[in-house]
Design a protein around this ligand. Structure first.
Ligand SMILES: *[C@@H]1O[C@H](CO)[C@@H](O)[C@H](O)[C@H]1NC(C)=O
Ligand SMILES: *[C@@H]1O[C@H](CO)[C@@H](O)[C@H](O)[C@H]1NC(C)=O
Ligand SMILES: *[C@@H]1O[C@H](CO)[C@@H](O)[C@H](O)[C@H]1NC(C)=O
Ligand SMILES: *[C@@H]1O[C@H](CO)[C@@H](O)[C@H](O)[C@H]1NC(C)=O
Ligand SMILES: *[C@@H]1O[C@H](CO)[C@@H](O)[C@H](O)[C@H]1NC(C)=O
Ligand SMILES: *[C@@H]1O[C@H](CO)[C@@H](O)[C@H](O)[C@H]1NC(C)=O
Length: 376
């Protein structure tokens, strides 16, 4: 059932709806060495962008800009496009793209990638908040007026300028309807932001050789409410949360069938924002990447908590994107590579947000509609 709820009462609801509720001692990690986190620590609750007050939104924005102002820590010859610390995250994603999508480690790799980014904001830029998320259905019918993309000083910037010759989005020979921008982002805190890696269009079968070279251009967007409404709807979210197994969950979330309009909200969110966000390799160049992927991580977390015994450590799929080239199945002891950002991590450590290296939860009430009186 959907209902509207004032934001003050949503905050009051939060202890009851923070996920996961499962600090169930009987749920043992399948491997030794696991330790339970501190489940009730409210300082590590991730919240929807609109439920942050203006000051909290500004502090996230300034922490992101702080990372963009710190020097890169990557070897310059390996990633000449990485000019700053923020770019180190983009470079790492680009470098791993062919092994972290459409497979059995997509969810765990990205969960840890988000955690490392959140930690960098906190440890290197004194950010005191948590990574916010973007509750897709709340804003899907009107991205332009959403608190995330309305172009105000407390947004992540608005649409790009309209550019009639900017090419429409396509998926092989299927072409999506055009959005309202296509050019450089011109309003809000990330107006005129220069991003440093090449924007790769489409989904090439091989990784571009120049993927980490310096290819500066403006951060651009092409907001598209038709795409957001179709692919990021409440019905999609509900369907994903009703998945009976991890294979169905992954498929409803991320399947993207070539030459068709069939895709889930994972790609739907990337395509709804367009341009840099639509680039499978360098999409973290757009700061909205983190909030989009936090929603994905939220859904995985909520879905896992519905039946922890069956779902907490469930895996399906291999360790290459679309299994090209063919590879082994993902296993709990498979080691994920985070390049220079972190040591390699075994998959099992990344599967429970309140055990081992993690200690966070999401403030989220299933099926609750967009708040009417958030702090604009
Ligand atoms: C967390 O909160 C729940 C419900 O309020 C309580 O039952 C539980 O004991 C708390 N756990 C810890 C570790 O404080
Ligand atoms: C509009 O898009 C076209 C095609 O991508 C590009 O060549 C052109 O430079 C863009 N125009 C502006 C003003 O950004
Ligand atoms: C689009 O591609 C699919 C698969 O390659 C093909 O079957 C179909 O005929 C193509 N459609 C057009 C209009 O070219
Ligand atoms: C962006 O750059 C253009 C051209 O340099 C300038 O006119 C405009 O004021 C800048 N906008 C913002 C919001 O900084
Ligand atoms: C990989 O997993 C699939 C089921 O998801 C299974 O059919 C297949 O046998 C597994 N392959 C190996 C090598 O274990
Ligand atoms: C990219 O991946 C290769 C192969 O794993 C690795 O040798 C290299 O250090 C990585 N570069 C970056 C910038 O992560």
């Amino acid at each position: 059932m959907r209902f509207s709820i004032a934001i003050s009462s949503l905050a009051a609801l939060s202890p009851a709806v923070a996920y996961p509720a499962s600090n169930d001692a009987s749920l043992k990690s399948p491997l030794p060495g696991a330790s339970p986190g501190c489940a009730n620590d409210t300082s590590s609750v991730r919240r929807e962008w609109s439920t942050l007050n203006k000051l909290e939104r500004l502090s996230f924005i300034s922490a992101v800009k702080c990372l963009m102002s710190k020097p890169s820590q990557l070897p310059h010859d390996e990633a000449p496009g990485a000019l700053n610390r923020y770019d180190d995250f983009v470079a790492t994603h680009i470098n791993q793209t062919h092994v972290i999508h459409s497979n059995g480690i997509f969810l765990s790799w990205h969960r840890h990638f988000l955690h490392l980014f959140e930690k960098a904001l906190q440890d290197e830029c004194r950010y005191q908040g948590t990574l916010p998320y973007w509750n897709w259905p709340w804003w899907a019918s009107d991205l332009h007026h959403s608190p995330l993309f309305n172009g105000s000083p407390t947004s992540l910037g608005g649409d790009g300028y309209f550019n009639a010759s900017s090419p429409p989005r396509s998926n092989g020979n299927y072409t999506f309807p055009r959005g309202s921008g296509g050019g450089c982002v011109h309003s809000g805190p990330f107006a005129n932001t220069t991003v440093h890696f090449k924007n790769t269009k489409g989904i090439p079968s091989t990784t571009p050789a120049d993927k980490l070279t310096y290819a500066p251009h403006c951060l651009s967007r092409d907001l598209n409410n038709l795409i957001a409404s179709k692919y990021c709807s409440q019905a999609r979210v509900d369907g994903i949360l009703e998945s009976s197994n991890i294979g169905t969950f992954q498929s409803l979330l991320s399947d993207f069938v070539p030459d068709t309009d069939i895709m889930g909200p994972h790609n739907g969110g990337h395509y709804a924002i367009g341009n840099n966000m639509q680039d499978q390799f360098a999409s973290p160049s757009d700061p909205s990447f983190w909030l989009h992927h936090a929603m994905i991580d939220l859904l995985w977390t909520v879905w896992q908590a519905k039946d922890p015994k069956q779902r907490q450590y469930a895996l399906q799929g291999t360790v290459t994107s679309l299994n090209k080239p063919p590879s082994q199945n993902a296993t709990l002891t498979y080691q994920l590579d985070f390049g220079y950002l972190d040591a390699k991590q075994e998959v099992w450590k990344l599967m429970d947000v309140q055990r081992d290296i993690y200690d966070y939860s999401y403030e989220y009430a299933e099926g609750v509609a967009q708040p009417e009186d958030y702090d604009h």
